[in-house]
Write a protein that binds this ligand. Structure first.
Ligand code: GLC
Length: 489
């Protein structure tokens, strides 16, 4: 099949979160299964730097993009490079994309994100048009690509001086996080010369909503776990879009993400002190000792907890804040890696000064994350909502027991372990409620289990044998693509 992945992030070129990993991994898996996969993304500064660093050759292809506003003409071009049998394309406009960050800086989101991603989407549609119905599937990801399915379905007025009516490819939009929707004032969109029907797709509560447009325009919608499919149809977790999700429920699918099991392989990981597998857990202990030396911590039998996440409140940080003093009074050590909101950076810095058994690293560094996963006993992920989550799977693969809130993909990947039910599918500790007491009780229960080394290691070994690869997810996406090309929308 000929598949075009449209995304604002793709590992290793541009990444702020899990979506980049998912797009990068899915592309790799589908390509290895013999499909022709292309990717198109914005030509950010990060992409430029990565290609330079890796000495990858870039070509300019013969398509030009222009977007007229009342007073300005934005122009762009399409660049191309090839890696491992996969073609990558990028929409270039340095004014929009040659910036320090992808979406915004410490002052907040960039003021012109509506223009930046409308321009990206127009460029993508122009690109697809120039390929004369070559692609079977156009697979879009999150709000930044939301205008693409609308234009592909309704046709497009604004480009290259003529109208292009509907396109023949089928579209799939994957929601990685419904909380981010791309909402802008209608006036900000005046530069798009489309008529009312186009805005009917996008309009919501007097504003323009890119994601809503995509959800109505796409032939099918998927999200990244079966549980999240249910949650986003409920008012409480639907972020204002639950009615749209119900409306489209016949075309809404949940496909659980995988992780790159070659990249996350404790037996071959080049960044960790000692490689290990489920039969050499003593090496994991050595990794821990080595990490302690680095931190200037003396050896100890305390339970080592880790957390790797974006520092935003819904990752459960408000619960941690509420329970921090009590948490620190337990026989634990805790290391956190993450970047994000200034409020949380300040908070964790203060806590680091206050408690000798807590450390935080407020910038993300791959090597350190690998070292942390290879050393920790327990992994915290008490998110308020979590469409899928990848880090809990990585942690289990590296022999750490997860503690999660029973929500979204966390509920689909971590079942509660209980002493009584030894035969169960239990993998970790699961908070039934988003509540600080529930969090602390589960940490205490984890500590109790940790004191029984034999039982602890049985669970660790069981988790390390689980299959988190992309194999089954990639097959499910393919089945969905195949179904899409057979239906008449
Ligand atoms: C987003 C979600 C996360 C998911 C990831 C990849 O970052 O918040 O839960 O795992 O996308 O789909």
């Amino acid at each position: 099949m000929k598949i075009l992945m449209v995304s604002s992030e793709c590992y290793p070129y541009a990444k702020t979160g899990g979506m980049a990993d998912v797009v990068g991994d899915l592309v790799k898996s589908l390509t290895s299964m013999g499909h022709e996969v292309s990717v198109i993304l914005p030509f950010y500064r990060d992409v430029k730097n990565y290609l330079n660093l890796e000495n990858i050759n870039i070509d300019k292809i013969n398509i030009s993009i222009d977007m007229k506003t009342d007073s300005f003409l934005f122009e762009g071009s399409v660049l191309k490079w090839e890696v491992n049998g996969c073609c990558f394309y990028a929409i270039q406009n340095d004014r929009f994309f040659d910036r320090d960050f992808l979406y915004g800086d410490s002052g907040g989101d960039y003021f012109d994100n509506s223009k930046r991603f409308a321009f990206f989407c127009q460029g993508v549609v122009r690109f697809i048009d120039s390929f004369s119905d070559y692609f079977d599937i156009v697979h879009c990801h999150d709000w930044q690509t939301g205008l693409v399915p609308v234009w592909l379905k309704k046709g497009i007025d604004t480009l290259w001086g003529k109208r292009r009516s509907a396109f023949s490819c089928r579209t799939l939009l994957t929601i990685h996080n419904l909380a981010y929707q791309g909402v802008f004032d209608r006036q900000e969109m005046n530069f798009i010369n489309e008529k009312k029907p186009f805005y009917d797709y996008l309009q919501m509560n007097g504003k323009v909503n890119f994601l809503k447009g995509g959800l109505l325009g796409a032939d099918s919608i998927s999200t990244v776990s079966p549980q999240y499919v249910k949650e986003i149809q409920e008012k409480a977790l639907g972020h204002g879009l639950h009615r749209i999700m119900i409306l489209r429920s016949q075309n809404l699918w949940g496909i659980l993400n995988g992780i790159d099991i070659e990249h996350w392989d404790s037996q071959k990981d080049i960044w960790i002190t000692k490689n290990f597998d489920k039969d050499s857990l003593s090496n994991k202990e050595e990794n821990k000792n080595c990490l302690y030396e680095k931190m200037n911590w003396e050896k100890s039998d305390d339970l080592l907890l880790g957390m790797v996440c974006r520092l935003v409140t819904h990752k459960g940080l408000d619960l941690l804040e509420e329970g921090f003093d009590r948490l620190m009074s337990l026989s634990i050590r805790f290391i956190l890696i993450g970047t994000g909101d200034a409020y949380w950076c300040d908070f964790f810095k203060r806590m680091e000064k206050k408690y000798h058994n807590f450390r935080c690293f407020l910038s993300y560094e791959d090597r350190l994350a690998h070292q942390l996963y290879s050393s920790i006993d327990g992994f915290l992920m008490p998110s308020k909502f979590e469409p899928c989550g990848l880090t809990q799977m990585i942690a289990m693969r590296y022999g750490a027991i997860p503690l999660v809130h029973k929500i979204g993909g966390l509920a689909n990947t971590v079942e509660h372990w209980s002493e009584k039910d030894q035969s169960s599918k239990g993998k970790g500790f699961v908070m039934q409620k988003y509540d600080v007491e529930d969090l602390l009780i589960n940490i205490e229960n984890m500590l109790l289990l940790y004191q029984d080394k034999r039982k602890w290691e049985v669970l660790v070994r069981k988790n390390m044998s689980l299959d988190f690869s992309w194999k089954s997810a990639a097959q499910k996406y393919l089945a969905l693509y195949r179904y899409l090309v057979t239906i008449t929308p």
